[in-house]
Design a protein. Structure first.
Length: 122
């Protein structure tokens, strides 16, 4: 039960942060808010992975941040819908660039977050 509460609390916090970030980043054409949110979420999840490897974080802390916060904050379903929307509008270059750039930068973000945790968490 505690695990579920940790995921739920993290998910609530992540969803609220996602909403706030979306209200602060406005764009026309290219969905910069989702792009930024997914990259930042990737850095955070990478950091949590790296920190848990080095500092032995409790399973509930990992659940709060990794499953809850990052799950509520990142927006893969929104990303997928935005890619499809761009492709249906025949904006192939923008849609393809968004899809490829998001995946590449999010993987890089996980690596970066894990690397930062390696430097900061002993």
């Amino acid at each position: 039960m505690v695990s579920c509460l940790c995921v739920g609390a993290g998910g609530m916090a992540g969803a609220m942060l996602r909403y706030l970030a979306g209200t602060l980043i406005h764009s026309e054409g290219f969905p910069f808010a989702t792009f930024f949110i997914n990259i930042m979420g990737s850095v955070v999840i990478g950091f949590i992975i790296g920190a848990s490897e080095r500092a032995g974080l409790s399973p509930n802390v990992i659940l709060f941040f990794k499953t809850g916060l990052c799950g509520g904050f990142t927006t893969f379903s929104t990303f997928s819908a935005e890619v499809l929307d761009l492709l249906e509008k025949k904006e192939y270059l923008t849609g393809g660039g968004y899809a490829i750039g998001s995946v590449m930068l999010c993987v890089l973000g996980v690596f970066l977050g894990r690397s930062i945790a390696g430097l900061l968490v002993k």
